[in-house]
Design a protein around this ligand. Structure first.
Ligand SMILES: [Zn+2]
Length: 277
């Protein structure tokens, strides 16, 4: 499997000289299997970069198929979708998966994002690809080519987020890009979902800006991520979902502060980088 990070930021994009190393787009991760099957986790602004990069292949000819999982519909996880070029090309098929959120289906949520008050696109109907919204719920397991995909509910700061666990050829990646543990306690369901993963992609930011000092809270979340990875015996932890105010230097300092005395590797996600399992 190839796991590629197209966006690593939380809340809003953060372009500029201080984020050139980690990147400034909001959340988007792709997972590509050995046969070329591709799934996407979240449609932050990073998905627009990925969308442009695939236009020379099947997606540019209207022959592409992809599976897009929305962990939850806060802006930083959906704001790139209205500008994802493959979604405008007739013949492409896009299956969108997401739990009901605040009593609205994912289709209703994305349609409301296109409302002419907020968007020149005006409606999902103006996207010419074939958009499908398969009914999924936490606990479901799907097969996408050779990828086995498991979904689970994970705790989030306002409601809940959907975790995505992907397995192929004996290797497992778990993506939990926006989770929050009340009182710092990782619930047993989350630990079971992360258990023995070769790679855990985990949130380190989930507070409301202004309520707490940035660095103390972000460091706290990073320690939650490290504790979860240790308890679940993962082999590698990649931190993502960085606050838009966090500079490359501050994030590197945060990584240093976590130390190196762990039985697993710890890395910061970097936009444009690919990991192989
Ligand atoms: Zn988020």
């Amino acid at each position: 499997m190839q796991i590629t990070f197209w966006g690593v930021r939380a809340l809003v994009p953060s372009p500029g000289q201080e984020t050139t190393v980690t990147g400034g787009n909001t959340l988007c991760i792709t997972v590509r299997g050995v046969a070329g099957e591709t799934l996407v986790v979240d449609a932050g602004t990073g998905i627009t970069t990925w969308g442009r990069s695939i236009l020379s292949g099947d997606y540019g000819r209207g022959q592409g198929e992809l599976d897009l999982f929305i962990t939850h519909p806060h802006y930083d996880h959906i704001q790139g979708f209205p500008f994802f070029v493959p979604a405008f090309i007739p013949g492409n098929t896009i299956r969108l998966y997401g739990s009901t959120y605040c009593k609205r289906t994912m289709e209703q949520v994305l349609e409301s994002q296109m409302n002419p008050i907020f968007s020149p696109i005006q409606s999902l109907k103006n996207l010419n690809s074939n958009l499908l919204f398969p009914d999924v719920k936490p606990g479901d397991t799907l097969s996408i080519g050779g990828l086995a995909v498991q979904l689970e509910t994970l705790p989030h700061v306002t409601e809940q987020a959907m975790g995505v666990r992907v397995r192929e050829g004996g290797k497992t990646v778990v993506m939990a890009p926006d989770v929050n543990y009340p009182e710092g306690v990782v619930p047993p369901e989350a630990l079971a979902f992360f258990r023995d993963a070769d790679l855990l992609v985990h949130d380190i930011r989930s507070f409301v800006p202004g309520l707490e000092r940035l660095h103390s809270r972000e460091a706290f979340n990073a320690r939650d991520a490290v504790a979860a990875a240790a308890a679940a015996h993962v082999k590698k932890l990649v931190l993502t979902h960085f606050h838009f105010d966090s500079t490359d230097r501050e994030l590197e300092q945060l990584r240093e502060s976590l130390g190196y005395d762990h039985p697993f590797e710890i890395e910061l996600a970097r936009e444009g980088s690919t990991l192989w399992l």
